[in-house]
Write a protein that binds this ligand. Structure first.
Ligand code: BTN
Length: 326
C-alpha cells in the first residue's frame, strides 16, 4: 500500500484527498493515515493539510529499493537490485552473492558503507546518505585480459550520468577517477574472479560523493562532492538510473570489439591528463612525460623527452599531475 500511495502522490504532484486515496486503494482512512506515517518514517516528506489532503514535498532525496528500482529504466543492469540501509562494503556483499550464483546485472546499493574499499588496499569513505555506494555484477564471456578496460568504460558511464543529472561536465583522471574542478568526485574499484582463461565474474564498485559537505583534512585538497560543486541536492536514485542506462550503452559498444576503439575518442576528450605533464609512479621507479591519451587497450600513452612513447598499464602505477592530484 505504501508504494501505491507514493505512486498516487507523485502522479498528482499536488494534494490528494484522504478520501480519494481510500477509494483508489480500497482501504479505510485510518489505514491511509497509518501508511502515510510509515512513509514519513521511511524518509518521505508528506504534508497533510485539512480539507486538501496529502502532498509529497518534492526534492527530498528518498533512497530505498523502490525509489531506485523506479528510476532505473534499464534493460538488464540493476534489474536484480539489492539495497542495504547499511553494510560493510557493496563489493564484499556482491562477491558473496556472485559466489552463490547471482545473475549478471545484479546491483548492490548501500545507504552507508562501514568498510568501503578503495584501490590499492585503501579505505573508502561511505558515510550515511551522502553518496552513491554501489557495485554491479558482470559475467562476461571474454578473456580476463580485456577486463581492466571495464573500469574505463564505467568511468565514461559515471561521467555521462553526472552530466545528465547535474549538467556538470566531469573529467576523467586516468584510469578511472571522475574529476570536477580538479578534485575527485568518484572512484571505481573493479575486482574479479577468474579461472585459467575465463572470467567467473567481475564486480564494478562505484563510489560517487553526492552530499558530502565536509571532507576529512587529509582529503580536503583532492576530494569533492556533487553538492559542493552544484550547491544543490542531487537525487541519488535518479543518478543511479542515469549511470546504469549510460553503462548499458557504453558496455554494448565495448562488447563489439572487446576493446576501447569505439570509445577512445570520447574517453580521450574527457581525459584531464591529456597533453599535460604527468608523473608516473611505477614499482620500477618514477618518471615524467606528456600524456597523449590512451590506446585501444586502455593503456595511458606517455611521451618521453626523447619523443618515444611509453604505454602505462593501469593497476600497476599511480599517475599524478606535476603540481598535484590532476
Ligand atoms: C578508489 O579508490 O578510487 C575506488 C573507490 C571505490 C569505492 C566504491 S564505493 C562502492 C564500492 N564498494 C566498495 O567497497 N568500494 C566501491
Amino acid at each position: 500500500m505504501k508504494k501505491r500511495i507514493i505512486e498516487c502522490l507523485k502522479e498528482s504532484g499536488d494534494y490528494v484527498s484522504g478520501q480519494d486515496l481510500c477509494e483508489r486503494l480500497g482501504v479505510s482512512r485510518t489505514a491511509v493515515w497509518k501508511a502515510v506515517n510509515q512513509l514519513r518514517a521511511d524518509g518521505y516528506e508528506i504534508e497533510a493539510v485539512r480539507n486538501r489532503g496529502y502532498r509529497l514535498v518534492q526534492g527530498n532525496d528518498v533512497y530505498n529499493q523502490d525509489e531506485i528500482a523506479e528510476e532505473l529504466r534499464t534493460s538488464w543492469a540493476g534489474r536484480n537490485l539489492i539495497f542495504f540501509d547499511e553494510t560493510d562494503s557493496t563489493n564484499i556483499q556482491l562477491r558473496l552473492l556472485a559466489e552463490k550464483g547471482a545473475p549478471e546485472g545484479t546491483l548492490v546499493v548501500a545507504g552507508q558503507q562501514n568498510a568501503g574499499k578503495g584501490r590499492r588496499g585503501r579505505a573508502w569513505l561511505g558515510p550515511r546518505d551522502s553518496g552513491v555506494w554501489m557495485s554491479l555484477l558482470l559475467r562476461p564471456g571474454f578473456a580476463p585480459e580485456h577486463a581492466s578496460m571495464l573500469t574505463l568504460v564505467a568511468a565514461l558511464a559515471v561521467a555521462q550520468g553526472i552530466r545528465e543529472q547535474t549538467g556538470l561536465d566531469c573529467g576523467i583522471k586516468w584510469p578511472n577517477d571522475i574529476v570536477l574542478g580538479g578534485k575527485k568526485v568518484c572512484g571505481i574499484l573493479t575486482e574479479m574472479s577468474t579461472e585459467m582463461e575465463s572470467i567467473h565474474y567481475v564486480i564494478i564498485g562505484i563510489g560517487i560523493n553526492v552530499g558530502i559537505r565536509q571532507f576529512p583534512e587529509e582529503l580536503r585538497d583532492t576530494a569533492t562532492s556533487l553538492s559542493l560543486e552544484t550547491g544543490k541536492e542531487t537525487s541519488r536514485a535518479a543518478l543511479i538510473g542515469a549511470v546504469m542506462r549510460a553503462w548499458e550503452g557504453y558496455y554494448a559498444r565495448f562488447l563489439e570489439k572487446c576493446d576501447l576503439s569505439t570509445l577512445n575518442e570520447e574517453y580521450s576528450s574527457l581525459l584531464v591528463n591529456k597533453d599535460r605533464e604527468v608523473r608516473v609512479l611505477a614499482a620500477s621507479g618514477e618518471y615524467t612525460g606528456i600524456c597523449r591519451g590512451i590506446d585501444d587497450g586502455g593503456e595511458l600513452l606517455v611521451e618521453m623527452a626523447d619523443k618515444s612513447v611509453r604505454c602505462v598499464i593501469s593497476g600497476e602505477v599511480s599517475v599524478r599531475g606535476i603540481y598535484g592530484y590532476v
